[in-house]
Design a binder for this molecule. Structure first.
Ligand SMILES: O=C(O)CCC(=O)C(=O)O
Ligand SMILES: [Fe+2]
Length: 340
């Protein structure tokens, strides 16, 4: 691989040195046939689409979003910049985030509120590097490199679209849910100030089939997201993301011009468990490195989530519990910690 120096040293030993990718051997027939939700139809209040959204959240916890209104030029600009950004030398990426608020990290998906990586078992490494970007603080990001300045500008734009999308989706979900404990306005549950974007690169790993299960190493280990919802953008034809459905792991392939929406733990609780947070993971990819962009949104810290299944809790209680579990027992327990 030409750009080995661009990866964090901790990930380099697993990275391929071969230049030639193998032929694509993906069997498309086994891909998850995710429901497709049309955002425009939801905005028009179309009954069938509301029903379809409700079913998707109950049965799948993950769906594709079409007609989302994010300009395709913005998406392709974002992915081009992400690619260029990750190719920078590792040290430049570290230095570029020195003053915050963007955090560059790798090896673990869990970050403390102040932005340090939380690791449990040091032998289990997640094979990715990531920029963690709190959207509302982007104006404080003052990068020296023009490439990063372009990245910042594009993320501000992308963040506005994603904030609009999560608001529309949440409102459509709540209409179907009619849960009596959803007492606050939408902006309290999908709070702009909690929105952040994670930009990932997963190295290519030629031996991935041998290592995934045997030593517990993943692109990203199996997990549910702690968010209300998470919205992913990644390249079509990429099937490293897998979803656990009916006790089976199914590859989730992106399709062009759509986004992929995940229901998170907070939504599972807010919906009184009518909706399920989707268990998913990212396999290491034998053929090529992978990049993805994920937007997460949470309830405001002071919003108490009340329902019939869990003790009342706030997202900050939840986050603190997850952090504690990762430090003490090596992994996130999540919602079961709060079950009545
Ligand atoms: O990179 C991906 O496709 C998935 C990332 C993910 O699951 C996460 O950030 O929680
Ligand atoms: Fe996730």
């Amino acid at each position: 691989m030409a750009n080995l120096d661009s990866y964090p040293p901790a990930l380099r030993h697993r990275i391929s040195h071969r230049e030639e990718p193998k032929l694509n051997t993906i069997t498309t027939s086994s891909h998850a046939k995710l429901p497709v939700i049309d955002l425009e139809c939801l905005l028009n209040g179309e009954y069938e689409m509301m029903e379809k959204l409700d079913e998707a959240c109950k049965d799948w916890g993950i769906f594709r979003l079409a007609n989302h209104g994010v300009p395709l030029t913005l998406l392709s600009q974002l992915h081009d910049l992400v690619k260029q950004l990750f190719c920078l030398p590792f040290e430049s990426k570290q230095a570029s985030c020195d003053g915050g608020p963007v955090v560059y990290f790798w090896g673990t998906p869990a970050l403390t509120a102040s932005g340090t990586g939380v690791t449990g078992d040091p032998n289990k490494i997640n094979f990715f590097e990531c920029f963690n970007v709190p959207v509302v603080q982007l104006h404080e990001f003052r990068p020296q490199l023009p490439l990063l300045e372009s990245f910042r500008v594009v993320l501000v734009e992308y963040g506005k679209h994603l904030s609009r999308i999560v608001t529309c989706l949440f409102e459509a979900m709540v209409k179907k849910l009619s849960v009596k404990d959803i007492k606050k306005p939408t902006s309290a549950y999908v709070a702009d100030k909690t929105g952040f974007i994670r930009v990932y690169r997963y190295p290519r790993n030629p031996n991935s089939n041998n290592v995934n299960n045997s030593d517990g190493n993943w692109g990203m280990e199996p997990h549910t997201d702690s968010s209300v919802m998470s919205i992913l953008s990644f390249h079509a034809q990429d099937s490293s993301l897998e979803l656990l459905k009916d006790h089976q792991w199914l590859p989730v392939q992106s399709i062009p011009d759509t986004l992929t929406v995940n229901i998170g733990d907070m939504m599972q609780a807010i919906s009184d468990e009518r909706y399920k947070s989707a268990m998913h993971r990212v396999k290491m990819n034998e053929e090529k490195e992978r990049m993805s962009v994920c937007y997460f949104v949470f309830p405001d810290d002071e919003v108490v989530i009340e329902n019939s299944k869990y003790k009342p809790f706030t997202h900050s209680d939840f986050r603190a519990q997850v952090e504690d579990d990762i430090k003490t027992i090596g992994h996130k327990v999540g919602l079961p910690r709060f079950r009545i």
